[in-house]
Design a protein around this ligand. Structure first.
Ligand SMILES: [Zn+2]
Length: 416
């Protein structure tokens, strides 16, 4: 085993990770926030079960400081926990099914605050949660990324595409987008995948617009983490890769989650993540191929050692929306219609991914065959149709709109 990996693996145990109950708060919007303290950002699996209703959080590599047994008010019956080897299992016993969210981890001074939010919803027959999509707009702040004709900057293009994607996901029932950056901020590569974990992301999508010395090179492509570059087998690592891993580990904050060490601990989880990333990437690429505006650079999902994709369990893809150094691509990405098509392909790719392999406890596991979109102020039917890859007429018929004007807050069904 790689010495570096062993060292980082040991440091995980030396510091130890303890979990303790903090408090339960009722928020203004009726949400109930159940809080715990941790020493480190942790690998957490959460799910809900019925008969009786409960939400479970399994926190890996964590130890309970003391027994947790906290009775509470409706709809929470009790918060309890047990230790199973190095895994702490926290159970929220409920009186009825709830709408819950994947737990969020935030840095609170030296510690991590772990928060699980639930909300009552009388309509539910079983507990359900939103699908969390981490959207990573490449570069930002002092890193402009590639520069195209007329000083068009990759960091601006990626943010605009990311915002377009965010908009569609935000207003579509069952999805919750998380923007890794939503302004012109400078973010390190480690911060990006660390944030995806902190937000409880189901998938991570990084948006880029590449540059190349030859301006003739053009088209979109999709990448996933390279197995070879990230192999835990030391002899497969080149000297350069070894140095990079070393630098990565050094850059981690004490509270950060060490993805490299985790790959050694949970190899099966990592294998699944790689194959899931490939499926997700292929779904997105399939949509890009259908987009009449976008040319494809490589017809298959490619592998690269992009560090932002290194999470061990969150399927992660990087979409190069084109080459900003190519005049044709730059023109396409400069305009809203071109960027919208990229966002649409990514959205439809994501949706098809979850449709094909529904995640338990999400709205996809009870897929009605359509998505529900909430009309926003300023929305136009023809524009919504473009964003979902359907025609305005199809939406009109499906919702029996009879060409009547749409209004903010209206719920429409879209067959995709
Ligand atoms: Zn880039």
């Amino acid at each position: 085993m790689n010495r570096l990996i062993i060292l980082s693996f040991l440091s995980l145990f030396i510091r130890g990770n303890e979990i303790s109950f903090d408090e339960i708060q009722v928020m203004g919007n009726g949400e109930i926030s159940i809080n715990f303290n941790l020493n480190k950002v942790s690998l957490i699996k959460s799910y809900s079960l019925e008969s009786p209703s409960r939400v479970v959080m399994e926190v890996n590599q964590a130890n309970l400081v003391s027994n947790i047994n906290v009775p509470y008010n409706y709809p929470v019956k009790k918060v309890r926990a047990s230790q199973d080897g190095s895994l702490s299992r926290i159970v929220i016993d409920l009186y009825e099914p709830v709408h819950w969210q994947n737990p969020i981890q935030t840095i609170d001074t030296e510690n991590i605050k772990l928060e699980l939010k639930i909300k009552r919803n009388k309509k539910l027959n079983e507990s359900i949660r939103d699908i969390i999509v981490a959207i990573d707009a490449g570069h930002g702040g002092k890193y402009p990324g590639a520069v195209g004709p007329n000083n068009i900057l990759e960091k601006d293009v990626t943010l605009l595409i990311a915002k377009e994607l965010e908009r569609t996901l935000r207003d579509t029932y069952g999805y919750k987008p998380i923007m890794i950056r939503d302004g012109d901020e400078t973010l390190g590569l480690n911060d990006r995948y660390q944030d995806a974990r902190k937000y409880g992301a189901d998938i991570f999508v990084s948006i880029h617009a590449d540059g190349f010395r030859l301006s003739s090179v053009k088209g979109a492509s999709v990448f996933i983490w390279s197995d070879e570059a990230s192999s835990t087998v030391a002899r497969n690592l080149s000297e350069k890769q070894r140095k990079r891993i070393q630098a990565d580990i050094k850059n981690l904050k004490p509270v950060d989650f060490d993805e490299d060490a985790a790959r050694t601990l949970y190899p099966e989880m990592y294998e699944i993540k790689i194959s899931e990333s490939k499926i997700l990437g292929t779904k997105i690429l399939d949509q890009l191929k259908r987009d009449p505006f976008t040319k494809i650079h490589k017809k298959n999902v490619e592998y690269a050692d992009f560090r932002v994709l290194k999470s061990i369990d969150i399927p992660s893809v990087l979409v190069e929306s084109g080459f900003i150094t190519n005049p044709e691509d730059a023109q396409r990405l400069k305009g809203k219609p071109g960027r919208r098509m990229i966002a649409r392909s990514v959205f439809l790719g994501i949706h098809n991914y979850f449709k094909d392999q529904p995640k338990a406890n999400t709205f996809m596991s009870i897929d009605p065959g359509y998505v529900t979109y909430k009309i926003q102020k300023g929305d136009v039917l023809s524009e919504i149709a473009i964003r979902f890859g359907v025609t305005a007429e199809e939406i009109n018929i499906k919702n029996k709109l009879n060409n009547k004007p749409i209004y903010p807050g209206q719920l429409i069904k879209i067959n995709i």
